[in-house]
Design a protein around this ligand. Structure first.
Ligand SMILES: NC(=O)c1ccc[n+]([C@@H]2O[C@H](COP(=O)([O-])OP(=O)(O)OC[C@H]3O[C@@H](n4cnc5c(N)ncnc54)[C@H](O)[C@@H]3O)[C@@H](O)[C@H]2O)c1
Length: 339
């Protein structure tokens, strides 16, 4: 029998610019034909960054993060005569970044793209790491791809126009990096609480930079999410079901999910009482409501989670602050512990 093997490893490089020049992407795209994917909010808040190029405006709420929006974008790209040598730039929050990456991955089997994340959550998390996609019915991010942009522009001053809720959502993911191992972020959070709550740009940019360093380091070691990258899901299994059921912003639901993971860690005896208390205090000191109540529907959603293997959920728990551990647990055990 004849056999042929070929390498499928995706070798791509992404450059992240910590730039305060919001328009820098024009230079990075060079002379190539460019189309921007963005949203009405961004166009309204930052009209100065849009120049002559074609712009596709999408609705950037979870109910539009779906295949219908992808089809709409593809139709517009065809109408505009965009080809494989053109460039797509996504400017917006995690929804715009996730959709832009996915469309760029599938349009004509792949077109190069860059991202300009505009929320705290997108610049510290969603835009980094090459995971793209859309929801399918109630299933979050169920259809998607891995594809890294050529560049990301991380400009923390974008966050000044966010609502408090969106800001706190991004901060939730940043706290996650502290709890899974970035001590610098933990110290920044503990020493600068008032400044952070006042959206101090100097501290925010330090937090964003540290978050990006943590995420890129983990992603480099596990680009396709098969091992160490799982720790980034701390708070996400339960967080996703809360996000969908309670219609909460992603990072705020993740904070509740992290609290639930701390409770599980405590109840199965891998995390000490004092450490659990410290974590809960850290979360509540930033004003988060960390309460959660898991009903049947949450559990059903948990069962459809991508982090499920056979009948077990792959959970990220904590043995200590900064010491995550991955454990497979049957759904019934989770329900018995915190349901
Ligand atoms: N791909 C990944 O690895 C990854 C990781 C985490 C989250 N996500 C996804 O990210 C999404 C959430 O992203 P998000 O929290 O960035 O929010 P979002 O994209 O849902 O945007 C929230 C709102 O903020 C507005 N907005 C964006 N930037 C603004 C700015 N600078 N000023 C004023 N308003 C602004 C948007 O128009 C929108 O109304 C979820 O769909 C989640 O699944 C993906």
């Amino acid at each position: 029998m004849q056999k042929r093997t070929y390498c499928t490893e995706r070798k791509s490089t992404t450059t992240i610019y910590f730039s305060s020049d919001k328009k820098y992407f024009h230079e990075l795209a060079g002379n190539r034909r460019t189309v921007i994917i963005s949203s009405r909010n961004i166009l309204k808040s930052f009209p100065e960054i849009f120049q002559e190029e074609n712009t596709i405006i999408i609705e950037d709420d979870e109910s539009h993060k779906n295949l219908a929006t992808v089809e709409e974008i593809v139709s517009k790209l065809l109408q505009l005569g965009i080809d494989r040598h053109s460039y797509i730039i996504g400017i917006g929050g995690g929804i715009v970044c996730d959709i832009t990456g996915f469309v760029s991955h599938i349009f004509m089997r792949g077109i190069r793209f860059g991202l300009v994340p505009t929320t705290l959550l997108a610049m510290s998390d969603a835009a980094i790491g090459g995971k793209n996609g859309v929801n399918f019915g109630e299933n979050k991010n169920m259809i998607g791809s891995f594809d890294n942009p050529d560049f990301i522009i991380a400009d923390s001053s974008f966050v000044q126009t966010l609502t408090q809720e969106q800001y706190m959502s991004g901060l939730g993911e940043i706290i996650k990096y502290a709890l899974i191992g970035n001590e610098k972020i933990l110290n920044l959070l503990q020493d600068n609480q008032a400044k952070i709550l006042n959206h101090d740009n100097e501290i925010i940019s330090k937090l964003v930079e540290e978050s990006i360093l943590t995420k890129t380091e983990i992603v480099e070691n596990d680009p396709l999410d098969t091992s160490i990258r799982h720790i980034l899901n701390f708070g996400h299994s339960i967080g996703h079901s809360i996000e969908l059921m309670e219609n909460l912003p992603h990072g705020i639901a993740v904070v509740k999910g992290m609290n639930a993971a701390v409770d599980i860690s405590l109840k199965i005896g891998i995390l000490g009482n004092e450490k659990a208390k410290t974590i809960k205090q850290l979360l509540t000191s930033f004003g988060y409501d960390i309460s959660y109540c898991l009903g049947e529907k949450h559990i059903e959603l948990l069962c459809h989670d991508k982090k499920k293997e056979d009948s077990q959920i792959r959970f990220v728990l904590l043995e200590d602050i900064g010491k995550p551990v991955i454990k497979k647990m049957p759904v019934e055990q989770i329900t018995a512990l915190i349901g």
